[in-house]
Design a protein around this ligand. Structure first.
Ligand code: ZN
Length: 287
């Protein structure tokens, strides 16, 4: 059964570890992440961007697939299905379809409008027991057409949004989506500490988890980050494993063209990536 992300994030915040959000794209992705969470006794958040939701056929298809896998694979660790960088309309569509958690990304609106829309979403989500993530200061890079400028969030604005009763807050601290450039300056820990000081107990979310060095991840967790989003890293691992399979001509040998064989190396690569992240984030055996 899908659960809200609230309880798992409160436990993570108090236990000084982070729960990974791994974005899904299809059945293989979802199955790989759920099995890895179960094998490592870790809570997990399945991220679904609006683009990925559309790709998988729609939000009802996503909820049906995730619920079916949880049942058929006997997944007993806490699982949340979370809309990633949702639009105002997208939030309502995913709630209707049965998502257990939503992110409303109002970071591109003027702060007053971000506040007004976030407030409305918090009210509706509370009635249904769902968790809500809000964002202040856009995350850099591009994700499914959502382009962020890599802003550093204003701690005062973070407090205004946190006070609306959201479950978790994503704040830009120099993190970006996709691969980090060679001249990246690193995370802005001074800003993170300032945000933490004003938002108190609010679990913080670090987007763009791909390629952030382990020591920075651990420092971010020590400063209040309780959820870390990973997307690109699973995509890179899947693509590399699939390319190796094709380049070595395995698809041309025997029944190597069978999609269950063709996609197996990529599936295993996602599992290995997710396991590595769960170990780094400290969520193993925290289900
Ligand atoms: Zn993001």
């Amino acid at each position: 059964m899908l659960v809200s992300a609230k309880e798992m994030l409160i436990k993570a915040r108090d236990g000084k570890y982070a729960v990974g959000q791994f974005n899904i794209n299809n059945l293989e992705w979802t199955k790989a992440i759920l099995l890895t969470a179960q094998e490592n006794n870790s809570p997990v958040i399945l991220g679904v961007s609006e683009g990925a939701g559309k790709y998988m056929g729609g939000y009802h298809a996503v909820v049906g697939m995730v619920n079916g896998l949880i049942k058929d694979l006997n997944i007993t660790v806490p699982v949340a299905t979370h809309l990633d960088h949702g639009s105002y309309e997208g939030v309502f569509k995913t709630i209707e379809a049965g998502f257990s958690s939503v992110m409303f990304d109002g970071s591109h609106y003027p702060i007053a409008e971000n506040i007004e829309k976030t407030k409305e979403i918090v009210r509706i989500a509370a009635e249904k027991g769902l968790s809500v993530e809000a964002e202040v200061g856009s995350i850099g890079g591009e994700e499914d057409g959502v382009v962020g400028g890599g802003e550093i969030a204003d701690p005062a604005e973070c407090k205004q949004i946190a006070d609306l009763g959201v479950t978790m807050l994503a704040a830009g601290i120099g993190n970006i989506h996709g691969k980090y450039p060679a001249n990246w300056k690193g995370l802005d820990f001074d800003t993170l500490a300032k945000i933490k000081a004003v938002v108190g107990d609010m679990p913080l979310v670090l987007h763009g988890g791909t390629g952030i060095p382990a020591d920075m991840i651990q420092k971010a967790i020590s400063l209040g980050v309780a959820k870390i989003n990973v997307n690109t890293e699973c995509q890179l691992a899947f693509a590399e494993a699939t390319r190796k399979y094709i380049e070595s001509g395995k698809d041309l040998q025997g029944k190597g063209f069978d999609p269950r064989k063709l996609l197996a190396p990529g599936f295993e690569a996602i599992k290995a990536t997710v396991k590595e992240k769960m170990e780094l984030f400290g969520s193993v055996n925290k289900a």
